[in-house]
Design a protein. Structure first.
Length: 268
């Protein structure tokens, strides 16, 4: 009974917060419209536009944009996971490689994301076909340090008695030792890294699509947002943004509970 009350309490609080957010949005729109500034549409106009881009006969570009954005996310994240697993494992086993990788990993974590987009545009724009995949490169650069450090830290946290036992068997740095001992024991670190980086990767993917200004044929959700903004169709800008928010929420919400469970497990 107590659990149900707590759940009901938090549900009511969240619903009230959502209603308050919509009211503030409506109030700001009303005040702007009163002063002659029509750039911020009313919530109802945006929700009608959202229904139009999702359920009308002209909804195909929206789903193509969602497909392109998710595809770029998966390509960039998969590449970062594979390379992060390989290099993170090797760095966890070899201190020299860990120190060698440290400056590059620290740099990739510290550099502003928007600046990295501009750098990638400057480097790749002269190569035909590559600019549309700049979001893949950016997702890789954002997710790689997190994945790399998860594998490296997980192996580094291996108990000394386990390492001694592997040395006695001659498997301390063998493939079987990695696959059967190090990686399974590092699973909490790895899952936590995925939970921390996947939603962030989606956000930077959409942001980079907007900044890259790809064509509407393969611009993803960011391209659709940028195209609507170009013609000052702000209700569609916000509607496409809400689609991106919904996808990010589908990623973030389960990842949030996964991260919460893993953190409590690591603390215990």
């Amino acid at each position: 009974m107590k659990t149900k009350r707590i759940w009901l309490y938090w549900t009511i609080a969240a619903a009230a917060g959502f209603i308050f957010l919509i009211f503030v949005w409506w109030l700001i729109s009303f005040l702007m419209h009163q002063s002659g500034n029509l750039l911020l549409p009313y919530p109802l106009d945006v929700f009608l536009a959202l229904g139009e881009i999702l359920f009308s006969s002209d909804a195909e570009p929206t789903y193509l944009g969602m497909g392109w954005t998710i595809a770029r996310l998966l390509v960039g994240f998969s590449a970062s996971f594979i390379l992060g697993a390989i290099l993170g494992t090797l760095a966890g086993l070899h201190p020299f490689l860990k120190n060698f990788m440290a400056p590059g990993v620290a740099f990739s974590k510290a550099i502003p994301t928007a600046a990295m987009v501009l750098i990638l545009v400057g480097v790749l724009y002269s190569y035909q076909g590559l600019p549309a995949y700049i979001p893949c490169f950016l997702v890789f650069l954002v997710a790689f340090p997190v994945i790399y450090e998860a594998f490296c830290s997980g192996i580094g946290a291996e108990p000394s008695e386990t390492i001694d036992a592997l040395k006695l068997d001659g498997a301390s740095r063998s493939l079987s030792g990695i696959l059967e001992v190090y990686w399974p024991d590092s699973l909490s670190y790895i899952l936590l890294a995925v939970a921390q980086s996947l939603g962030l990767s989606m956000k930077v993917s959409v942001m980079s699509e907007i900044l890259v200004n790809s064509s509407s044929a393969n611009g993803g959700l960011g391209g659709l947002i940028q195209g609507a903004e170009l013609y000052l169709q702000m209700k569609y800008v916000i509607a496409y943004s809400l689609v991106a928010v919904f996808i990010i929420a589908l990623i973030d919400i389960p990842m949030h509970f996964l991260k919460k469970g893993i953190k409590s497990k690591l603390e215990n």
